[in-house]
Structure formats: C-alpha cells, structure tokens
Design a protein around this ligand. Structure first.
Ligand code: PLP
Length: 307
C-alpha cells in the first residue's frame, strides 16, 4: 500500500504520552474498523501556518461536541495537543520548509474495529493542495443544490447529526462531483423550505455595503442561521469576531437564494481554503467584481490576524 501524498501519522495511544508515530504508507487499521465500514466517527480539518495550528481551541471544542453527539468517548484535549505537536515536529524533520508554509492537520476518530471498546484516534499532517490555494485567488463558480430536508430537521431529528462533523461525507462528496460534472467548482445547499444552508465543506458568507447618512459606508457580513442544520464553522466564528472588532456589522439569516444574488459579495469560507470568492451562482454573476475584490482583500487581512 502506498501513500499518494506525504503524510505524517500519529496515533493517540495511552502507552505513548506524546502520541505514537506510525508509517502512513503501511496498513494501520483493521478492515472491520467502523470508520471505514460505516463512516462512523468524527473529524476536524485544520490549517497550520509556519508550524502553528490556527483556531486550535475552536477545532478541539468542535471535535469534542461532535464526539459527544455520537456517544464517542475520546481522549482529552491535552492528549490531542501533544499528538498534534509530535506530528508537526516530525513533519518539520522530514520536510524542512520555509517560514509561513501551510499544512493540513487532520484529527480523526473512528468507533474502532467491530467489538472494540475504545475509538481509534489519530492526527495526520499533509501539504495543502494547489487547488485550494488557487481558488482563494481566482474565486469559484457554484451551483445551488437541494439538500432534501427542511431547516428545522436538525432540531426535530437529532439522530441525523446535522451539526456534527462526522466521517459520513459521501453525500457531500457526491454533491461536489455533481457540481464538477456541470462545470462548476462548488455547491451551496438549499433546504427543502428554500433556505440557504452551507457548502459541502464550507460556510456561506455574504456582504452588503451601504452608504450611511453621514457619507460613511456601513459594511455588513451575514451568514445563515447557525441552528438551521449546518455545521457551525470555526472560520466563520473567528472571522465574525475579528470583523466586528474591525467595525463590520454582523447578521445571521434566514437567507434565501435571492439574497445571495443581491449581495455585494459572497464567499465560501473554511479552514484550509480560507475565503473563496463566489463569482457565479447557477451561471449568474454575483456582486460587483471591484467591490468583491476590495472586500475580499479587507477580510483576508482581518482573517490573517487570527491565531
Ligand atoms: N460546513 C461543512 C459541512 C464543513 O465540512 C466545513 C469544513 O470542513 C465547514 C462548514 C467550515 O468549517 P471550518 O471553518 O471550521 O473549516
């Protein structure tokens, strides 16, 4: 078995306080692992810049929340932090890199092999793909896709695990493939009652710029309601806090597809790709390119200050 990208792998293991280094090019899981056979588990995907993981506390908190939703007893945050540090320092040893280099740090929990009493937990570190970096610059074209349930489903049916970051991403990946077949880059899911939800791997953001009576401009950043069955994004949360401090007004849905088309700019935001400006939705242009460019630069600067 070969590993297609260079991956550093560290398992959380009570016998190894700093985590147990493992060879990612060798088999490491039983074929009965329920993460593999059922997508039964949770994960986080984080960005490390120059060896520092951004928003690590928010990711560890969300991992704990997701695990709780699946009744998975996972190691404490200190153990995760030690394993992450081990993985990053091993990556540094194997691949000396320039200052400011970016890495994807993934935390994975599976329910373990059939009959196991404890979950399997690991950290993996790999390079950021060129596609993510390119889309930050060029922006993306998206299509709207029906997610097939209404915006109250999360509350009515908690077993759907809609606010948890589970390993069951087959539907999200199918939606992306569907978009690619139509010549688009990404997707914004719409609920059956017509609300804007999220991307398959990202949070939706939009901005409005209005002139106030005194001639100054008021900038408002808006995201769908967090309780509408979407994953609360750590990037959206951190950006909202930083944008507020920088003078932006904030708003939360409900949003409808027309709100996206009426916005001055729309982005999909996530931890690794960061802000990806949306150029077209279902083939229709979004916002004004010059305003979108200006707001993207401003928000990228606000976001760059987040640790
Ligand atoms: N929504 C979904 C469904 C996601 O999978 C992700 C990230 O992978 C996000 C939103 C964005 O979350 P974050 O900003 O924490 O990366």
């Amino acid at each position: 078995m070969t590993s297609p990208v260079p991956v550093v792998l560290v398992f959380l293991d009570p016998a190894f306080p700093g985590g147990r280094l493992a060879d990612a090019s060798q088999p490491q899981l039983m074929v009965t692992d329920q993460g593999a056979t059922r997508g039964d588990g949770v994960f986080e995907t984080m960005l490390a810049v120059g060896g520092n993981v951004r928003k690590i506390q928010a990711h560890l908190d969300r991992l704990a929340g997701s695990a709780d939703a699946l009744d998975l007893a996972i190691p404490g945050q200190d153990e995760w932090r030690r394993a992450i540090a081990t993985a990053l320092s091993e990556h540094r040893v194997q691949n000396p890199a320039p200052a400011g280099y970016e890495l994807v740090v993934k935390l994975v929990v599976t329910r373990g092999a059939e009959g196991a009493t404890a979950p399997n937990c690991w950290v993996q570190v790999s390079p950021v793909g060129a596609g993510a970096r390119r889309q930050r610059e060029t922006g993306i074209d998206v299509i709207l896709l029906d997610r097939g349930y209404d915006s109250d489903a999360a509350e009515r049916a908690p077993w759907l695990l809609l606010g948890a970051k589970t390993l069951s991403y087959a539907v999200n990946m199918a939606a992306l493939r569907h978009a690619h077949k139509q010549g688009a880059d990404d997707v914004i899911f719409i609920s059956s009652d017509g609300r804007v939800l999220e991307g398959p791997t990202s949070t939706v953001l939009l901005a409005h710029v209005e002139k106030a009576d005194d001639g100054t401009s008021v900038k408002r950043l808006i995201t769908p309601q967090l309780d509408s069955g979407i994953l609360p994004g750590t990037s959206q949360g951190a950006l909202f806090t930083a944008a507020k401090a920088a003078g932006w007004e904030l708003g939360y849905g409900p949003l409808e597809p027309q709100d996206l088309l009426d916005a001055d700019a729309v982005w999909l935001i996530s931890s690794v790709r960061l802000l990806a400006p949306v150029n077209h939705i279902d083939g229709k242009p979004v916002g004004t390119p010059s305003v979108q460019k200006e707001l993207t630069a401003e928000l990228n600067e606000v976001f760059a200050g987040i640790q």
